[in-house]
Design a protein around this ligand. Sequence first.
Ligand SMILES: C[S@@+](CC[C@H](N)C(=O)[O-])C[C@H]1O[C@@H](n2cnc3c(N)ncnc32)[C@H](O)[C@@H]1O
Length: 130
Amino acid sequence: MPLNDATIDLICAHPPYADIIHYSDDIEGDLSLLPMKDFLFEMGKVAQEFHRILKKDKFCAILMGDMRKKGMVQPLAFETMRVFELAGFKTKEIIIKEQHNCKATGYWKTNSIKFNFLLLAHEYLFVFKK
Ligand SMILES: C[S@@+](CC[C@H](N)C(=O)[O-])C[C@H]1O[C@@H](n2cnc3c(N)ncnc32)[C@H](O)[C@@H]1O
């Protein structure tokens, strides 16, 4: 059952970072199965719904990171921020959080030397205000 409009005081969410880690093989609606473009489209619906249920002047915090494809950085985090702004949120804070020493860091470290790129070692906590 959908939540009523403007009834929620605080939203915190840590969505998948598009399809960089698959959290299921085939669960319908699993955002972690979507490539960046499709992921952002679906996150647009999420942002609209979050905006609808949040009370005015309250906050929505989203943790999001970037990704790398074929050696190039894909700025997934800022694209996600833009999607939330398009849904009507104002960006109150951008908090940069260190993110490394993960399960996959060894893989990325090896490839960063081999293919000459920097490691992505941070992610963003966006704090949006309605
Ligand atoms: C980056 S992880 C966050 C994990 C979380 N911080 C925790 O400690 O459990 C993203 C999570 O979003 C879940 N997820 C993917 N699609 C979803 C959807 N449509 N609705 C809700 N959760 C979803 C994934 O299964 C995964 O557990």
